[in-house]
Design a protein. Structure first.
Length: 144
């Protein structure tokens, strides 16, 4: 846990992932690989303040519906967060998205035209749901 919390000692991704319990580590790595594959952009390790400490950030600068994906490797509560345009929810109301994600949508914070959604990485269903939202927001999902 110490590597995750020390602002002035940048850890390695290996150190951060290694601090997760084995079951969560597998889910985290699955999510990490799928985000890289979907976004085709390598994440950056950044200090994000006392709540998220060191996390992997994948910002997207194309002005689309998804502006960033954050993987927070907190050993006590690993989570994933998405910064979505509020416009995303006009064509994808939360009730039409995977049920496992509804709590994160209900607790989301809106700042300007961005909605910040966050979920604990607890199950394969949750990982699949987050990946579905990323695909929809990133524009590669074609459900037609």
């Amino acid at each position: 846990m110490q590597a995750w919390k020390h602002q002035f000692e940048k850890p390695t991704i290996k150190d951060l992932i290694g601090a997760l319990d084995p079951q969560t580590r597998a889910l985290y790595q699955e999510l990490r690989r799928a985000v890289l594959k979907e976004l085709k952009k390598k994440p950056k390790l950044e200090w994000m303040g006392l709540s998220w400490c060191w996390c992997e950030c994948t910002p997207l600068e194309d002005g689309g519906l998804l502006s960033a994906v954050y993987l927070v490797s907190d050993p006590a509560n690993p989570r994933v967060a998405l910064a979505l345009s509020t416009v995303f929810f006009e064509s994808h109301p939360p009730h039409t998205l995977p049920k496992v994600l509804h709590g994160g949508f209900e607790q989301a914070t809106c700042v300007g035209h961005r909605t910040w959604c966050e979920w604990a990485i607890v199950s394969e269903d949750l990982v699949a749901g987050v990946l579905e939202v990323i695909a929809l927001a990133h524009g590669s999902h074609r459900g037609d």
